[in-house]
Design a binder for this molecule. Structure first.
Ligand SMILES: NC(=O)c1ccc[n+]([C@@H]2O[C@H](COP(=O)([O-])OP(=O)(O)OC[C@H]3O[C@@H](n4cnc5c(N)ncnc54)[C@H](OP(=O)(O)O)[C@@H]3O)[C@@H](O)[C@H]2O)c1
Length: 363
């Protein structure tokens, strides 16, 4: 079937639930402003956050868009048009393979409140669309060895993993290799990217999961130790046993209220807990839990670091350090859905039966 060159399809949401997502046809962008490029989206990777945004759970965290929102933030694609100013600089040319950035204006440095309230997928339109205009600086090139399927998983999950692993730029860590123990909670997109990155750097990995089959897969991906947190709710003790009482040096804290206390119990002295998510929900006893957390952190001189994705220069650093031809780390894709299957894909991802990333084929 000949491609219609004047229109394109895109999914929109009124943040009233995954079932109410709408597939619409709109004019394709033709006029580019200075420093803009047009990207034909190839693949989109889904994040936990996308489902929450669509379900209206983040309404208080971001300015409400005045229009139906194109959701999701992570895409790979091919540049099909560049503005004259971009052509003049030679920064991008037609045919370049690129990935999006969740926060295209966050180029370097810590995440400010302004960065945190900005971004694509909310409040700006996201990438669940066949074509999208990007600022030239809001894109990163895809490593040569990597497919567009794999590359779309990098912007949020892999970048968050990189920041959780290396937010302090502890350049000594790879040299200490196996002596550095990384604990990953669950086998979602962030944890599996963390597993791959930690193994590329030669670190020791302990990973937890509610599923024996997922733990087996994690072992195949290089995990040194696995713990089933369903059959062994006292997983923190198990971490201490594995590490001869020392604890984990870095913890990817994706669980939140129900896991934080356990994480604090098994963090090594001087270790880093990267607070990433709240998959276990919220606690009704926040005050006393918060108190316990603060005391334990002080006693252990540990760092509890809030992670909020990361700037462009850290994504480029991650690609240079880990996702390079030398390691050829291949991001783990659990399942690929078609563009028309947005509702099914989001429900599947939100259901949590996946390991690694759930992606959609757009082109
Ligand atoms: N701060 C940031 O910058 C940032 C960036 C990305 C993501 N996040 C957040 O980080 C979290 C993980 O994101 P993701 O994209 O990796 O999610 P995901 O792909 O949906 O992963 C979910 C997995 O986490 C595990 N899990 C669920 N409840 C758990 C619990 N109580 N204890 C331990 N593990 C549990 C499960 O693994 P098993 O099935 O193996 O048990 C589940 O499959 C989410 O809360 C997300 O919003 C934050």
């Amino acid at each position: 079937m000949a491609e219609n060159t004047t229109t394109m399809r895109q999914w929109t949401t009124l943040m009233d639930g995954i079932n109410n997502l709408k597939l619409t046809t709109v004019p394709r962008p033709i006029d580019l402003k200075d420093d803009q490029v047009l990207v034909k989206i190839s693949r989109v990777a889904l994040n936990h956050r996308d489902a929450k945004i669509i379900n209206g759970d983040f309404k208080d965290s971001y300015p409400t868009p005045s229009h139906p929102l194109v959701p999701t933030s992570d895409a790979s694609g091919i540049i099909v048009q560049v503005s004259d100013s971009v052509a003049d600089t030679g920064k991008w040319t037609k045919g370049d393979r690129v990935i999006s950035l969740m926060r295209p204006t966050h180029l370097t440095g810590p995440t400010t409140a302004q960065h945190a309230a900005s971004g694509i997928g909310i409040p700006e339109n996201g990438v669940l669309t066949e074509y999208r205009v990007f600022s030239a600086e809001g894109l990163v090139g895809v490593p040569g060895y990597m497919s567009l399927d794999e590359a779309c998983t990098l912007p949020t999950a892999a970048t968050t993993a990189w920041m959780a692993l290396n937010w302090d730029r502890e350049i000594d860590r790879p040299r200490r290799g196996k002596a550095v123990v990384v604990l990953l909670l669950g086998t979602g997109g962030v944890s599996i990217a963390g597993l791959q990155q930690a193994k590329a750097l030669g670190l020791t990995v302990i990973i937890t999961s509610s599923s024996a089959a997922k733990l087996e897969r994690a072992r195949q991906l290089g995990a040194d130790y696995t713990i089933n947190y369903k059959t062994n709710p006292d997983w923190a003790t198990e971490v201490l046993n594995i590490t001869s009482g020392k604890g984990a040096d870095i913890i990817f804290e994706t669980g939140g209220p129900a896991t934080m206390e356990h994480s604090i119990r098994c963090i090594a002295a001087g270790g880093n807990i990267s607070a990433i998510g709240v998959l276990s929900g919220t606690t009704s006893n926040a005050e006393s839990a918060g108190q316990a957390i603060a005391l334990s952190l002080i006693r252990k001189n540990a760092t509890l670091k809030g992670i909020n994705v990361g700037p462009k220069d850290r994504i480029e650093e991650m690609i240079r350090t880990v996702y390079v031809e030398r390691f050829e780390v291949r991001p783990v894709i659990d399942r690929v859905f078609g563009f028309e299957e947005a509702r099914e894909a989001l429900e599947y991802m939100y259901g949590g039966s996946h390991l690694g990333k759930v992606i959609m084929k757009v082109d």
